[in-house]
Structure formats: structure tokens, C-alpha cells
Ligand binder design. Structure first.
Ligand code: SF4
Length: 355
């Protein structure tokens, strides 16, 4: 494929450096070195005459209003909806990806484009409280995220990202300065993992989660437990230890069930194994633990870590009961007054909410 500077949507990238007769992309920690006429691993950033451009800019692959709980974010704008959008490509290529039709496919010149202001109008018309960049890895759509987040936050909408957390600190800084403050971050595995994602530095994900939390970002971690891949005892312990040492006890941890998809044919994660991981995490003091992708409201609901009262009853990634007292910007257990971390505010049911 020949890339042209006069392409309809090509945008000069914000984060890159010249590197000899090539350029280095500074959007994610892959830090691709790209020669002229080529693109990086994700397929979204191209070098044309030693200038880096965002080729995938605005090539939206899907748009849909979705509940925030499905991201998952359980302690951020509860029961709100986010206009959720995706593009093409990825910087990880997990072989079990449920959305492989989006992430394993690179953007093409003929793909239709949607300018940020059009997506903003759609969210306002729809009555969504915010935006969610999701479905494929949003990092690879970085320059579009920056432009859209700037418009969205000015309009009073929130902006959240579902990500593998592999951005550079420079990329994080730009998003955090714009008040992109909701982060659902996947931890894909651990340093001892051998069957997949072996060239990923998983500790960077925790470094970034801490960096975000230190800058007023709300973080929830998501661990998809994949049998015979990232579910061995040493890996589980590394994930729980890292969670506590980087993020402390009050950052939520979602332990999600895997189902076979794309190139991965291991059986679905046994429920007992998920419960075992959850018990380990609880035993180490993590206060908000959820088991997802199993459809059990007991495992998706928020209980007070001090007195055990059910505070937020969820079913099928929707909030059915919200039993918290509001105290200024804080929420508390109505029985024992324990402070519960919630960013944003609870949104009552709306008529256009998808279930
Ligand atoms: S955003 Fe894409 S091109 Fe840039 S470093 Fe990451 S994978 Fe490479």
C-alpha cells in the first residue's frame, strides 16, 4: 500500500522522534521504529518522508451507546451510558481476542471517516453522560482520542478508555491533562507467561495504572483468566502482589471468565478457579473484587468491605439497586459510614438505556 500525504484524513502525529533515516513512534511502549513508506505494528501510524502521520484517524469501525458497567467500570459514573466507539488494529494482538474482526484488521484508505465533532453531536443527541474508547485498543487511535476528548470534556461529558495500558508516559500526560479520567485497564499476564504476549513488559501496565491514579484518574484493573496461559499460581500471585504494591487495597479488581475465541481453543475458565483467584485476592486485602462474564449478581455486586452490606446490586452489567449515602463528593455505606470510592455520580435509569 502506498501512503500519500494528501489522503483525506491523514493527520500529522503528535508524538514521535526522528531516528536516523527513520522515525520512532512515541504513542505506546512498542516504540516502533518505522521506515519511510511503512507503518508500525498497529497499522495506524505511518512514516511518509520521515514524518509520522496518524493514518487511522477517524476511521471508526463501530459506535454504540453502552452501559459503563460493561467496560467494566463499577465505581465510575454508576448506571451511566457512554457513547462507545472503536477503530481498527491493535498493538498487542492477543490470540483469544473476542473482537479480532476489529483488532486484527488494519485501517484502509477506503474506510469511512467520522470527524470528532460528529461523534460529539451523536453523544449529546443520545443523552449519554460520556464517551468510551473501546472494542479495539484505543491507544492506536491516540491523536483522534485527544481531539475528541478535548471537545467532550468542554461539553461536560466524561471520557473513559478501555485499554491494555501500554501507552507511553507522554501519551498519558496528554490525555490526563484533558481530564480523561476513567481507565479500565487489562492486565494480560505476567513475566513468566510463555504461550502468548511474551514480548510484553507487563510491569509497565502497573506503572501506568499508578501514574494515572496519581493524577486524579480513576483506575479499575481487569484480569481475564485464561486457562493454561496466564492462570498458573505464580502468575496469579504476581498479579495480586503487583495490584497491591502499585495500586493499594481499594482499587477494584475484576476477575473475568475467558471463553474460547479467534486462535485460542482452551476451554472456558472453570468457575472454581475464578473463585479461588478471588479468595486469594480477598485474603491479601483487596477490597473490591468482582467475578465477571459468569452472570451471577452476587459476584458483580458491591459489598461494604467493613460491614458486608450490599451497596450496589448489579445484574447483567446494569445497576438495579444503589444503596449509598452521598456526603458531598463522597459516597458512604448507609449502615457503617465506610467511605466507598466512586468517581462521578450515580445516574438514575433512562428510557434509552440498553440492557
Ligand atoms: S502506536 Fe502503533 S506505531 Fe506507535 S508505537 Fe504503538 S504499535 Fe507502534
Amino acid at each position: 500500500m502506498v501512503f500519500r500525504v494528501d489522503s483525506r484524513t491523514l493527520r500529522r502525529a503528535r508524538l514521535w522522534l526522528p531516528e536516523g533515516d527513520r522515525v520512532r513512534c512515541d504513542v505506546c511502549e512498542r516504540r516502533c521504529v518505522i521506515q519511510s513508506g511503512s507503518r508500525g505494528i498497529c497499522g495506524n501510524y505511518v512514516n511518509i518522508d520521515n514524518v509520522l502521520y496518524h493514518f487511522g484517524y477517524g476511521r471508526i469501525s463501530a459506535v454504540e451507546s453502552r452501559p459503563i458497567e460493561i467496560k467494566p467500570l463499577f465505581h465510575y459514573w454508576p448506571n451511566s451510558t457512554a457513547l462507545t466507539f472503536s477503530t481498527w488494529g491493535c498493538n498487542f494482538y492477543c490470540p483469544w481476542c473476542q473482537n479480532h474482526h476489529l483488532s486484527f484488521r488494519m485501517p484502509r484508505e477506503e474506510d469511512p471517516t467520522t470527524p470528532p465533532d460528529e461523534l460529539l453531536r451523536k453523544a449529546i443527541l443520545n443523552g449519554d453522560e460520556g464517551f468510551s474508547a473501546s472494542f479495539n485498543e484505543p491507544t492506536v487511535n491516540f491523536d483522534y482520542l485527544v481531539d475528541l476528548a478535548e471537545l467532550a470534556v468542554k461539553e461536560g461529558l466524561y471520557f473513559m478508555i478501555v485499554t491494555n495500558g501500554y501507552l507511553t508516559k507522554n501519551a498519558l500526560d496528554l490525555l490526563l491533562q484533558l481530564n480523561v479520567d476513567g481507565w479500565s485497564i487489562d492486565i494480560k499476564g505476567c513475566p513468566k507467561m510463555r504461550r502468548a504476549l511474551v514480548n510484553i513488559d507487563h510491569s509497565i501496565v502497573y506503572r501506568n495504572a499508578r501514574y494515572i491514579a496519581d493524577r486524579n484518574g480513576h483506575v479499575e484493573m481487569v484480569y481475564l483468566v485464561v486457562p493454561n496461559t496466564n492462570d498458573f499460581d505464580e502468575c496469579i500471585e504476581w498479579i495480586i502482589d503487583s495490584h497491591i504494591s502499585y495500586l493499594g487495597h481499594s482499587t477494584p479488581l475484576h476477575i473475568n471468565r475467558y471463553y474460547p475465541a479467534h486462535k485460542w481453543h482452551e476451554p472456558p475458565t472453570p468457575i472454581e478457579r475464578l473463585r479461588w483467584v478471588a479468595e486469594r485476592a480477598r485474603g491479601e486485602g483487596i477490597e473490591y473484587i468482582y467475578i465477571g462474564n459468569v452472570g451471577d449478581p452476587q459476584l458483580e455486586s458491591t459489598k461494604c468491605p467493613r460491614c458486608g452490606k450490599i451497596l450496589i446490586y448489579r445484574y447483567s452489567y446494569r445497576v438495579w439497586e444503589f444503596n449509598l449515602d452521598r456526603d458531598g463528593n463522597r459516597y458512604r455505606c448507609p449502615r457503617c459510614s465506610y467511605s466507598i470510592p466512586i468517581k462521578g455520580r450515580y445516574i438514575p435509569w433512562k428510557s434509552n438505556t440498553l440492557i
